[in-house]
Write a protein that binds this ligand. Structure first.
Ligand code: CP
Length: 336
């Protein structure tokens, strides 16, 4: 296992191939261990993990909390609606309050891009030895989701050895609302970082052509790309064309809460053009899996029958894999 250098985990753009290998190797160990109930690992005993979710969540928050408990950490969670934010306390002072109580690992979700990174900078500047893990910020990044999707795909292609190599040369199709999706952005860094060929598919209103260049340059603030040779990204408007030769298909939720204009003529027409169904997948090999990060708009991004088909759909597997991935992240960050 390589040395871990990330005190904060804010964006997969900062991950090297070794980082992906480290996380996947550790997650696989946790995935196959019989850990539940009273059987916990002592790795984070006496450490305090605090989840600060300023935006709703079912999967991410619960699985971080479960992951922390399985590593024997103390877990504290913050609810904005019943907090003193409503009395005018600032975000940073709220976070500092939790740090004063002993929080060492903060999992932060916010609807605005850059909030976890800004908190990490402010805490670093004041000398606090606190690690910040981005639980999803605006349209920008959702690193633990990108990693659990990578892990799910690697386990599908190579169940016994789910390493980044399992992704090399694989054609992964991502369909839908790419524009508003932090999951898509994290997946683009992770999948191309492991050598996959990504095909993006969606209408022009939800998938600007510029996404083909998404990983062409390191993001602002990063001098160089930590991955020497990335896979590729192609934009395809027609779903039948995109599905040709696919090894896996990921579809994304239409993020209606982030759409401030009429970007679709109707949900029905979107489903007709881009919704996944058994019939639409008939041109793919029978073992091509379907992923969705959730929450799902049933009958829009994919049909109810496909969502409920355990032979085809890995949505529940993704949720299950979220726990060992988040255990791996907390373990590595607590040790660094
Ligand atoms: N995939 C995801 O982030 O789900 P939640 O919003 O339920 O956490």
């Amino acid at each position: 296992m390589s040395d871990w250098t990330h005190r904060h985990v804010l964006d997969l753009a900062a991950f090297s191939l070794d980082d992906y290998a480290t996380v996947l190797e550790l997650a696989q160990r946790f995935r196959v261990m019989p850990i539940s109930g009273a059987r916990k690992l002592p790795a984070l005993q006496g450490r305090l993990v605090t989840t600060l979710f300023f935006e709703p969540s079912t999967r991410t928050r619960s699985s971080f909390e479960l992951a922390a408990k399985r590593l024997s950490a103390d877990v504290q969670s913050f609810s904005p609606s019943s907090s003193s934010l409503s009395k005018g306390e600032s975000l940073l002072d709220t976070v500092r309050t939790y740090v004063a109580m002993g929080a060492e690992l903060l999992v932060v979700r916010h609807r605005c891009t850059g909030v976890p990174a800004a908190l990490a900078r402010d805490l670093d500047a004041s000398g606090d030895r606190v690690a910040v893990l981005n639980g999803g910020d605006g349209l920008h990044s959702h690193p633990s989701q990108g990693l659990l999707d990578l892990f799910t795909l690697a386990r599908h292609f190579a169940p016994e050895a789910p390493t980044p190599e399992a992704l090399r040369g694989r054609r992964i199709v991502i369909v839908g609302d790419i524009l508003h999706s932090r999951v898509a952005r994290s997946n683009l860094w992770a999948l191309t970082g492991c050598g996959a060929e990504v095909v993006l598919c969606g209408p022009a209103t939800l998938l600007p052509e510029a996404f083909a260049q998404f990983v062409a340059a390191p993001p602002p603030g990063q001098a160089q790309d930590p991955v020497a040779r990335r896979g590729s990204i192609r934009v395809e408007r027609d779903l039948a064309q995109a599905l040709q030769g696919a090894d896996a298909v990921m579809t994304l939720r239409l993020q209606k809460e982030r759409m401030h204009q009429h970007l679709l003529t109707s949900l029905e027409s979107y489903h007709r053009a881009y919704g996944l169904t058994h019939a639409r997948l008939a041109s793919c090999a029978a073992n091509v899996p379907v992923l969705h990060p959730g929450p799902v708009n049933r009958g829009v991004e994919l049909s109810g029958a496909l969502l409920d088909d355990p032979h085809r759909c890995l949505v529940e597997e993704q949720v299950t894999n979220g726990i060992p991935i988040r255990m791996a992240l907390l373990y590595l960050m607590a040790a660094s």
